[in-house]
Design a binder for this molecule. Structure first.
Ligand code: FAD
Ligand code: ZN
Length: 471
């Protein structure tokens, strides 16, 4: 089939509004958020319903046309864009952006996959409920992308990853069949739990079109603190102390190194240092309770007073208002943006080790990088409460414009070999995509990779779904 007749058939399935072929209009769909990968595509297809997705997938299966599903295109590993010469069409879920319903008794919310995360949070709040997934990209990432990457974010400590927030899915399979697994059940042990195959699959097994999500009580009291800590070990001990005093009310516990804060102050307008003096490390923590009349803030302040007596905390800013707390969160959430604005090549690593081993990992990885790349400069931040760090390195003399520097795996190898020694994960949040395919082969066992290939082959025998990604 010629490219023209393929496009004509797809156009007939989705209508003129559902198709983009003009080269200038294709641009935002073919470059990834980090600006590291640019692909090409004959067309971006924007279906408006599950039935249209199914019709497009049938045409693609028949014509053996590969497909890249795309949500908000905020992914960090190049999984959401087509390859440089692969001829994949991009299937964008952006028009399927309706909240289908909130059930306050079941505590569920049903959505189409193209719903922007922030709109889902708002729909839950309007029903006096919480949808707890929260991340820096929430204003543009879509729930289909969150599901497909099993996104984490800042509330995992209390509520889990995206995987833990889902009850049911609807998926269009590579052959165009629709699997309706849109059940809102809390319990269901009727065989393999198929939804979990598609969650975190990065668009390689099918297209998620709808989801039933879990809701939680809306917090009525929230207290936030920005704390200076002398070193990561003190942060870890502080977490243990807070757990004792505040229990499961801790929703976030983020570690931030001083040079992250410096980057934010340099590149993000309207930000200022929350404390008067500079410190090497910070913790941004939040506690929340669904009852308004409890002593949440007092509990937090008393715990912090103990932490100060024990030299775990050396200075603190405890905001008086929600706006002040949001300004602190903006500092934390702007770190990726600030890192992107910094000149020089940034090597990003999104790793996890056991929570208790985070301080020694930071020490060992820093020493190994310095030994192999003298003058290496690390910016380290992340979800200490989950043992997950964004551990990013700038290597002296390597510029972003230099392709060789971009493609070098030597920095990643230095960091991931240590992660491996700790029995950790070389990709705790962002996935494999295009950028970590080599690492998957290097660090996962043959048995694990073999099982993954078997699943891929069973669902997508012609390798049409996001080819070249993950496996
Ligand atoms: P996309 O980037 O469009 O796609 C991601 C993957 O999902 C691709 O493989 C794509 O093919 C697939 N996909 C998308 N939609 C579908 C669908 N409907 N069906 C099947 N496959 C689909 N991530 C975290 O985990 N935690 C963070 O704290 C975090 N912070 C971030 C902060 C910033 C500033 C930015 C830019 C990104 C951050 N990310 C974070 C990464 C990113 O936001 C998440 O991976 C997000 O879940 C991606 O959603 P998206 O809609 O943009 O997906
Ligand atoms: Zn993160």
């Amino acid at each position: 089939m010629t490219a023209t007749s393929l496009i004509e058939r797809i156009a007939a399935a989705v209508g003129p509004q559902g198709l983009i072929t003009d080269v200038r209009d294709l641009e935002p769909y073919v470059v990834d958020w980090r600006g590291m990968h640019r692909g090409t595509t004959p067309a971006v297809v924007r279906p408006a319903s599950t039935e249209q997705v199914a019709a497009v997938m049938k045409i693609c299966a028949e014509t053996r046309t590969p497909v890249v599903p795309q949500g908000g295109n905020t992914g960090m590993c190049g999984a959401s864009v087509p390859s440089a010469g692969g001829g994949e069409i991009v299937l964008s879920l952006a028009r399927m952006n309706r909240v289908l319903g909130v059930d306050a008794l079941d505590n569920t919310l049903s959505v189409e996959a193209g719903c922007v995360l922030a709109n889902i949070q708002q729909a839950a709040a309007a029903a006096d409920r919480l949808f707890p997934l929260s991340l820096g990209a929430e204003g543009s990432c879509q729930i289909g992308g969150n599901l497909s990457t099993n996104a984490g974010g800042v509330n995992v400590l209390r509520y889990g990853n995206t995987r833990d927030l889902v009850l049911g899915l609807e998926v269009v399979l590579p052959d165009g069949e629709i699997w309706n697994g849109l059940r809102g059940l809390r319990k269901d042990n009727t065989g393999y739990d198929l939804k979990h195959l598609f969650i975190g699959a990065e668009g390689t097994l099918g297209i998620i079109t709808k989801a039933v999500l879990k809701l939680f009580p809306q917090p009525k009291a929230v207290a936030t603190a920005w704390l200076a800590v002398p070193h990561p070990q003190a942060a870890l001990e502080l977490l243990a102390l807070l757990r004792q005093r505040c229990g499961e009310r801790i929703t976030a516990f983020e570690l931030i190194s001083r040079n992250c804060l410096d980057l934010v102050l340099r590149h993000i307008p309207g930000t200022r240092d929350p404390l008067t003096a500079a410190h090497d490390w910070y913790v941004l923590t939040e506690v929340a309770d669904s009852s308004a009349d409890n002593a949440l803030r007092e509990d937090l302040e008393q715990a912090l007073a103990t932490a100060m007596e024990n030299s775990l905390v050396t200075d603190a800013a405890v905001p008086e208002s929600r706006a002040q707390a949001q300004a602190l969160w903006r500092m934390r959430e702007s770190i990726p943006e600030a890192a992107r604005a910094e000149p020089g090549m940034v090597y990003r690593h999104d790793i996890a080790v056991a929570v208790s081993q985070v301080p020694s990992f930071i020490r060992d990885a820093g020493a190994a990088l310095e030994q192999r790349f003298p003058g290496a400069h690390v910016i380290c931040f992340g979800h200490l409460g989950d043992g997950n760090l964004h551990y990013n390195a700038y290597i002296h003399g390597r510029q972003r414009s230099d392709n060789a520097a971009r493609d070098a795996h030597d920095v990643a190898e230095t960091v991931y070999d240590i992660v491996q020694r700790y029995r950790g994960s070389f990709s705790a949040e962002h996935g494999i995509g295009l950028y970590k395919v080599e690492e998957l082969r290097r660090y996962k066992s043959a048995v694990e990779v073999g099982l993954m290939r078997a699943v891929k082959h069973a669902l997508d025998p012609h390798n049409l779904m996001n080819p070249g990604k993950v496996l």
